[in-house]
Structure formats: C-alpha cells, structure tokens
Ligand binder design. Structure first.
Ligand code: NZQ
Ligand code: ZN
Length: 390
C-alpha cells in the first residue's frame, strides 16, 4: 500500500541534443552576476565551457568563475566559494559538471548569507535554512550522470578533518531552478567514471526498491528503470558514443533520484551510508564505494527480504521461477547483479579502492545507521559487510 505523501519538483529540465540553447531563456530570469562553478577543467577540453560562456556573454552576464570543485567536495572548498559569492554579491550560481559541482552549488547557495558555520548547521545538525535566509538560486548544466543532483535537493560534503562525508537533503527552494541535460555532454566522461555513474544509478533504485513487501506503483517504476539501465549500460560500455543509450541512461539517472520512485514507501539507503563512510576515509569515487559493498550487503540482508529479492530476480533479471524456492531465486538475483557489475567493470571489492583492514573499525564508526530497510544493521553487521567486501 502506498503511504501518504506530497510530491512537487520545481526543477525545469531542458533535455536533448543542443539543450544548452535554452540556457539563454533561463538566464533572463536572474540578475547580472553569475557565479560559474565547475570542476578540475574537463569542461575546458571538451568544449562545454566555451559553449556555456558564449550563452552567458550573449545574455550580457558578468561571470565570476569558481573552478576547482573536486570530486567529493570538501568543507574547505565550501568556505572558499561562500567568500567569493558574498564578495561579489552574485545573483545566480550556475554549476557546470557532475554531482559534485551541483551538490557544491547547493551548499554555497544556502551558505552565502548565513553567518554561522554551514557544515555544522546543514550537515552535522541536519537543519534547514532559516526561513528569512537569502538563498542564491542555482541552475545546472549536467556533464556526468549518476547522482540525480540535477533534479533533487541532495548535497553531499566531505570534512576530511573529522573523516565525515554527510549528505543533506535540501528543500524545493534550494533545488536547481533549471537543469540542462544534453546527453552528448556526457560522451567525454572517462570509462571508469561513466560506469561508476551507472552503478550509482542502479544503487539509487535498489536503495528505494529493497524495502517493504507490499504492492505499490513505485516498485514497478523502479523495475522498469532498472531494466532500461541494464540494457543500455551493456551497450554503452562497448560504444560510449551511442546517443540512444546515453540519452536513455541520462533520463533514467534523473528519475532514479528525483524522489518519485521512493514516494509512498520505506527506503533503505544503507549501501550509501557505508559507501559514504568509505568515501570519507579514501576519497574513492562514489559509485565505486557503492559497488564495492553492495554484493556483501545484499547477501547479508537477503534472508530478511526474501520475497522482494525473489521478485527482483524474476522482474528485473528475467530469471525463471520454475521449481525454485524464494531463497534460490533471491540468490540467483544477487548473482545476476554481480555478473552485470563485472560486465560493466565496476569495483566488487573495497580493497581495490584503498580500503585496508585497519580502517574497517573507523569506517564502521563513521557509518550512519538508517532504519527503513529489511534489517536495521548493528555496528557488527556493518563490520561484517565491510570484511566480506575487502
Ligand atoms: O572535475 P571535472 O573536470 O568536472 O571532472 C569530473 C570528475 O573528475 C569528471 N567529469 C564530469 N563530467 C565530465 C567529466 N570528465 C570528462 N567529461 C565530462 N563530461 O568526472 C569526475 C567525477 O565527477 P563528479 O561530479 O565527482 O561525479 P558524480 O556525478 O558521480 O558526483 C559524485 C558526488 O555526488 C555525491 C557523491 O557523494 C559525490 O560527492 N552524491 C550526490 C547525490 C545527490 N545530490 O543526491 C546522491 C549521490 O548518492 C551521491 O552521494
Ligand atoms: Zn549515489
């Protein structure tokens, strides 16, 4: 049964080849000063920077550049961006990049005119922006798919000093006002990053799927998205320039985490909690931290959600149920997931991400425990999943 919920998503999307042409229309809605934030420079080599700059210039904007947003953006970088945005009194933050850059833009947007420490308020204490706070609107031009940050309120920041990587879900007033989704912009993403993004998408869907055994529309939507992703990803790893599959994956990615498929049901998110703790210790690529622990995690919780795992096997992987127990089917589903992970080439062990035995206790301590999945994990459960994943 679907639980009660409200659903509103204010982000306007422009999707498709040449979608960036619509950027000019959107820019008319904001003042003259645009803070243009981006990563380590891939947009300068693939031509996206020039295209975006030409639209900004044509719109008569004064551009303040804020480059150097690293994968897994840090508190130090946040403070730097806040200072620059405040000094220049910017009207809009335009994030050009992947999840890190867009997450970062959200963090800056709610911190520019906040006088306290944003890390403590929004991330450690999980508070929302004060109602009278001036929030700088953000827009995004997406260059790498996976996180769904282009159409959600998520913002994940890492504090290396305290070894904590924490996500905050901001509300509608912080979500991107608009996002430009041109699948062609993702063609230059290196293969390893591309597949990490694919696994991130799969993980977002599974985190919302593996919980509850009731009948609800959200789970059917999730199954459709997983089937589409599995199909397209197998083609994309062989031919990354295939527009059809890259466009389908881009769209799947957005819907995997714009909160629709989690509506009206409980959600798990423990793979992400463990993955984030690994990220805080290793700075490893987000999608790989998830793939590294997923198989051990799902084997661990499978006995508590047998019916759902059996359904996963038949509905997502087309495994025949004939003459099989739920347990057999459930195990075959997880094996099919592992097989697909090997096909696309994501990490299946966390040792390959730099995790060593001596880090496991600390990672377990940094893991936030959620309670919406099939089993509420103890610290011992987390440790056992980590040991199995090494
Ligand atoms: O630094 P640049 O030059 O931009 O290079 C990036 C970066 O090195 C590169 N890249 C991106 N687009 C490219 C490209 N290289 C060539 N051509 C392009 N078109 O890819 C690398 C990774 O980029 P990043 O933005 O870090 O990747 P991703 O989109 O996976 O974002 C990861 C961050 O998002 C958080 C993660 O924890 C992590 O910090 N998440 C955000 C979520 C949300 N907002 O809801 C949910 C997710 O579960 C996740 O936690
Ligand atoms: Zn994720």
């Amino acid at each position: 049964m679907l639980g009660n919920f409200s659903y509103y998503n204010p982000t306007k999307l422009y999707f498709g080849d040449n979608a960036q042409k619509h950027l000019g229309e959107e820019l008319k809605n904001y003042g003259a000063k645009v803070l243009l934030t981006y990563g380590s420079g891939s947009i300068k080599t693939n031509g996206i920077f020039d295209e975006v700059m030409s639209v900004l210039r044509a719109a008569g904007k004064e551009v303040i550049e804020l480059p150097g947003v690293m994968p897994n953006p840090t508190t130090d970088k946040l403070y730097e961006g806040v200072k620059l945005a405040r000094e220049n009194n910017v009207d809009l933050i335009l994030a050009v990049g992947g999840g890190s850059t867009i997450d970062y833009a959200k963090a800056v947007s709610v911190s520019v005119w906040y006088d306290g420490d944003p890390w403590e308020k929004y991330y450690l204490r999980q508070e929302d922006p004060d109602s009278n706070l001036r929030i700088i609107p953000i827009g995004s031009v997406l260059t790498m798919v996976g996180t769904g940050s282009e159409m959600n309120g998520g913002s994940v920041i890492t504090n290396h000093e305290t070894k904590l990587k924490i996500g905050k879900i901001f509300g509608e007033n912080v979500m991107p006002r608009f996002s430009i989704l041109n699948p062609r912009y993702t063609f230059s993403v290196p293969l390893r990053q591309m597949v990490a993004g694919f696994f991130d998408i799969m993980s977002h869907i599974m985190e919302q799927y593996f919980s509850g055994e009731d009948d609800n529309t959200s789970d059917y939507l999730a199954e459709g998205l997983m089937r589409s992703l599995i199909h397209s990803s197998r083609i994309a790893v062989k031919n990354p320039q295939d527009y059809e599959v890259r466009s389908n994956i881009m769209w799947t990615s957005t819907w995997a985490l714009n909160t629709l498929i989690g509506k009206g049901k409980s959600q798990d998110w423990m793979v992400h909690m463990i993955g984030q703790a690994i990220g805080a210790y290793t700075d490893a690529t987000h999608g790989m931290t998830l793939s590294g622990v997923s198989i051990a995690y799902y084997r661990h919780i499978l006995p508590y959600g047998l019916r759902k795992f059996a359904r996963f096997a038949t509905a997502v992987w087309d495994i025949s149920a004939a003459d099989k127990t739920d347990e057999q089917l459930a195990n075959e589903g997880v094996e099919a997931l592992l097989e697909w992970m090997k096909q696309i080439g994501v990490a299946t062990e966390i040792s390959s991400l730099g995790v060593t035995e001596d880090m496991l206790e600390g990672i377990a301590d940094s893991t936030f425990i959620m309670n919406g999945g099939f089993k509420v994990l103890t610290r011992e459960d987390v440790l056992s999943v980590l040991r199995e994943s090494l």
